[in-house]
Design a protein around this ligand. Structure first.
Ligand SMILES: [Zn+2]
Length: 431
């Protein structure tokens, strides 16, 4: 038995935030409470005791938006290296996107990803399946079969579904599976060849900009389609105020719509983009300061349901080229929690309780994963978090194969120091 004493436990699913003890047995949470008495434990307190004073203990994070690149792009990441990166970042369950090569659009490939995840034996890895065959946006996949094989949602993430009728059908058919359709909202005509958010900053750099409407127009369409079909819609990486208007309207109407935001869209803006560093190139692009503030407000008030990293690793060689030519995407699994803590929780812009609610409880609930809480009987997926642990982000320190993060070289404060999955200690941070 594992007995964790005097931790500041945060578990929004139980409305808990306070100093407590947690006992774990058989891979599950046995009990938790203030000053658990050894006599009350089934084996009379025969336990491995860890004193957690000064640290937080919360459910392992659940990341609903991760690119692990396997099969087909293992030079960027594979399921094993991505799993190591996840647990270093406090993520114990994740859903990985279908835009691999080949695309995850068959039962065999869904099963392959799940099996590779089990073999890596670190975080719990769940596959997202594509909405359309080959992600060509033309013909729906066999959704019921894919869900039966273990897919937790459907997404052509990486590309927007340009054809509204295909999206309508996807929302209709996905209802049979209970899984959400996850929309990467991007109108390709509006986005054009843009490489950063359109505005004064893109003009100053002389770079082609993507208008915020490239996202919001499609988000509005998809919210309306969710309303019409009664389908279950999840908006990936919301980055614009107009998208929030559509999201709030859909929720007010009682439609089954949720949304996520990525840490980089809450912390950085288009004004931070250096022309010489393509690690800041991401899709959707970094927002204006006004939009960034609106995103943070929407996360705090619950209009945006959850946090997700959109971990999108690329090799150094791919990123080491002019800004216009570099691929979109940031490696984020290992820095997401530390960056959120450093830039949002520490300055009082986001509470620790809402962070854990949005990055554990809500995604687990939305995608029906057995995770996101420390209720007795739940899998003992847990993070011990030291709010004062300081570390500089370096390529060498990362388990991911890629280090394309805008936080490279920055010192972040607040890191996971121990991560357990199913009661097994699978990561311990050392100085
Ligand atoms: Zn996307």
């Amino acid at each position: 038995m594992l007995w964790l004493k005097n931790a500041h436990v945060i578990d929004p699913a139980q409305g808990i935030s306070g100093i407590m003890d947690v006992a774990v047995q058989g891979g599950r949470v046995l009990t938790l409470g203030q000053g658990i008495a050894a006599a009350g434990l089934p084996d009379g307190g025969e336990a491995e005791v860890t004193d957690c004073a000064g640290k937080y203990l919360f459910p392992g994070l659940v990341d609903a938006h991760v690119h692990l690149r396997e099969p087909g792009q293992e030079e960027k990441e594979d399921i094993s290296s991505g799993s190591r990166a996840a647990v270093r970042g406090g993520v114990t369950s994740l859903i990985c996107m279908a835009n691999t090569s080949p695309v995850i659009d068959s039962q065999a490939l869904v099963a392959f990803v799940a099996e590779r995840g089990r073999r890596a034996a670190l975080a719990r890895i769940y596959p997202m399946a594509a909405v359309t065959k080959g992600m060509r946006g033309e013909e729906l996949t066999e959704m019921a079969e894919l869900a039966a094989s273990g897919a937790k949602g459907f997404s052509d993430d990486g590309r927007g579904i340009q054809n509204g009728e295909i999206m309508r059908l996807a929302l209709e058919y996905a209802k049979l599976t209970g899984c959400p359709v996850v929309s990467h909202c991007e109108d390709e005509f509006l986005a054009g060849k843009g490489v950063m958010r359109r505005g004064p900053a893109s003009a100053a750099h002389g770079l082609t900009g993507v208008p915020a409407a490239a996202e919001s127009v499609m988000a509005a369409r998809d919210v309306l389609l969710a309303g019409e079909t009664g389908g279950r819609l999840h908006l990936a990486h919301v980055s614009a105020k107009g998208t929030l208007a559509a999201l709030r309207a859909g929720k007010a109407a009682g439609w089954d719509v949720t949304a996520e935001v990525n840490p980089h869209h809450l912390i950085l803006t288009d004004e931070d983009v250096p022309l010489t560093n393509s690690d800041f190139k991401v899709n959707p692009p970094l927002p204006s300061a006004e939009d960034r503030d609106a995103l943070l407000a929407a996360l705090a008030d619950g209009a945006i349901d959850m946090l997700a990293s959109d971990h999108a690793p690329h090799t150094w060689e791919e990123k080491a080229c002019p800004f216009e030519e570099a691929p979109f995407g940031m490696a984020a699994l290992e820095t997401a929690l530390a960056a959120l803590w450093t830039y949002l929780v520490r300055p009082g812009k986001l509470t620790a309780e809402r962070l854990i609610d949005a990055y554990a409880r809500r995604p687990a609930e939305r995608f029906a994963l057995a995770a996101g809480t420390l209720k007795p009987g739940a899998p003992a997926d847990m993070v011990l978090f030291d709010p004062d642990w300081e570390e500089t982000v370096t390529a060498e320190s990362m388990a991911s194969k890629s280090a394309n993060t805008p936080f490279l070289g920055r010192k972040l404060r607040g890191y996971p120091v121990k991560t357990w999955v199913g009661g097994h200690l699978i990561f311990e941070r050392r100085a």
